[in-house]
Design a protein around this ligand. Sequence first.
Ligand SMILES: [Zn+2]
Length: 184
Amino acid sequence: MRRDDQAIPEPLRLVVDFVNTLDVEEISDELASPAALAAWCHHHTGSDLHLSVSRKDLAAAIEVRDVLRNAMLANRGVAIRPEDLAEHNRRIARFQAGVEFAETGRPIVRARGTGVTEILSRILVDVATAHALGIWDRTKLCPAEDCLWAFYDHSKNRSRRWCSMDLCGNRTKTKTYRQRHRNQ
Ligand SMILES: [Zn+2]
């Protein structure tokens, strides 16, 4: 794990890990192939190591990740463009969930489907659950162009901007200072 060593609370851990499969800084993508997606699911959700993953599943996963990255940007104040919103919601429309009750009468929202579809549905359920718990808007994307790392804002007033002030905040400040200096 880089940058943020503070624990991400449930149910957001899987969500943040999933979004960070794309590492802009290292220019690497853990979802580079269907086999890579199967491996990621196995390591992060305990799914079958030989989970069958089609190219279509992979494309769907990348779409969901893209939608989540945009929503996390919106959490930082960069609203999703109205013309993109319908497309984003169309991309996640096929993922479904249903309500079940536990013995105690407690309702449980359960993702539907099988394989990758179930896992992606579960990630979306986690997002909705986090929102119900009032913590979804604490997940953000770092605005440094060469970073864009998803992080959880632990700050009291939810004002954290960078994944790490030391790594991205100061670096960007220095860059801005240098650019200004150069332009003088
Ligand atoms: Zn950053």
